[in-house]
Design a protein around this ligand. Structure first.
Ligand SMILES: Nc1ncnc2c1ncn2[C@@H]1O[C@H](COP(=O)(O)OP(=O)(O)OP(=O)(O)O)[C@@H](O)[C@H]1O
Ligand SMILES: [Mg+2]
Length: 366
């Protein structure tokens, strides 16, 4: 289980630390930094994939991602992450590429990784200073190896040999297994609205593109009862099916009073999103950690309780982090299971847990 995340210097997360429970709910007003928490954790997965530099570039590169507020004199222009998991602790710190003549790289908006460390079951297993990695080999001795001078990717994805570095590979696999969902596109061109050939799909794609196939996979995996009950509690008396009578998969919904099914292209945004959330939460292959960013977007208030029930059901097999605007959703989840709740506020541009606005260092709380 993921125990805590500490992020410093990333956007509004100047000095931010939070602990996680089996269900964790992050709430707060617009602009306080909820999505920054989501993005910060998602970036750890990008590191494990080897897509850290490209993902940072997609959000504007290091200069954009760095805390844009005032700094104390002892506060470097760095972004760092510290992750505590039951099995391992991973830390990484990165900064800007040095500029000027003799600069090592033209990729000036990439992160420059200053240091990393990985402890597994309490024991130091790998560390990095700049381009030099030291990792514990099969005989238990720390062995040094060098990366190219500018390598903005984490050692988590550089040390891939499971026979030499099983702890690094295990930590990497754990992080890769986390699942993130943020905003299912439902505009007219969204892939969710297009019929497609279906294949066995136990995991909903990030964009929901395999929605109909995932719904059918849930049914064929024995989850049909819970899925149908969830849809019934959300939408009175509708009938639905994941396919038409050709081989094409696309959600078909017949609301009461209509004489033909509405195709995915004709369904409302909220209807499609609720089906996506149901598919994500009832997956036959539950991830160790499922993170939902603002799942209530465009859902009617009547769908909040059915969504909370789905979250409660998923929490039996999965650790959940739910980032939400909705106090109603947070309250409904809290009635279902024990949840850690964190309300965020903005204090001089910095994201803080409510109640610790004035604390000198947000991360000193426990
Ligand atoms: N580099 C940066 N340094 C400091 N603050 C930043 C930086 N980049 C973005 N921000 C701040 O982060 C905030 C946006 O955070 P975020 O998107 O996480 O908000 P949110 O709580 O998810 O809001 P919403 O409820 O509207 O989705 C903005 O207020 C913006 O000023
Ligand atoms: Mg947001």
């Amino acid at each position: 289980m993921l125990r805590s995340l500490q992020t410093r210097g990333y956007r509004s997360l100047r000095e931010f630390r939070m602990k996680f429970g089996n269900i964790t709910i992050v709430t707060g007003a617009n602009g306080v930094g909820k999505s920054n928490v989501y993005r910060s954790l998602a970036l750890v997965q990008r590191m494990a994939e080897g897509n850290f530099a490209a993902s940072l570039a997609a959000e504007g590169g290091m200069p954009s991602a760095l805390w844009a507020g005032e700094r104390r004199r002892d506060e470097p222009k760095r972004i760092s992450w510290d992750i505590e998991h039951d099995d391992f602790e991973f830390a990484i710190e990165c900064g800007l590429i040095p500029l000027g003549p003799g600069s090592a790289s033209m990729f000036r908006t990439d992160p420059e990784i200053k240091s990393e460390s990985l402890r597994f079951a309490g024991k130091p297993m790998a560390r990095r200073k700049g381009p030099v990695i030291e990792a514990r080999g099969p005989d238990g001795v720390m062995e040094a190896s060098s990366l190219p001078f500018h390598d903005p990717e984490s050692m988590l994805c550089e040390l891939r040999d499971g026979t030499r570095h099983p702890a690094v590979v295990a930590a990497r696999e754990t992080i890769l297994g986390w699942r993130f969902y943020h905003h299912f596109r439902t505009d007219a061109d969204s892939p969710i609205r297009r019929p497609q050939l279906g294949s066995w799909s136990p995991v909903l794609a990030h964009d929901g593109s395999n929605l109909a196939a995932t719904l059918q996979t849930i049914v064929e995996s024995g989850g049909g009862g819970v899925l149908h009950a969830a849809i019934e509690s959300a939408f009175d008396e509708i009938r639905w099916s994941p396919a038409d009578d050709t081989d094409a998969f696309h959600l078909q919904v017949t609301p009461p009073g209509l004489t033909r099914p509405m195709a995915a292209a004709e369904l409302s945004d909220g209807t499609l999103r609720f089906f996506c959330l149901a598919a994500a939460l009832l997956t036959p292959k539950p991830p160790a950690l499922l993170v939902l960013n603002e799942p209530e977007a465009s859902l009617h208030s009547g769908l909040i309780q059915p969504l909370a029930d789905l979250i409660g059901h998923a929490s039996k097999t999965t650790q959940l982090l739910v980032v939400t605007h909705s106090h109603d959703l947070a309250a409904a989840i809290r009635t279902i299971g024990e949840a850690v709740s964190v309300e965020l506020v903005s204090h001089e541009g910095e994201t803080r847990p409510k109640g610790l606005e004035g604390a000198r260092r947000a991360w000193s709380f426990d």
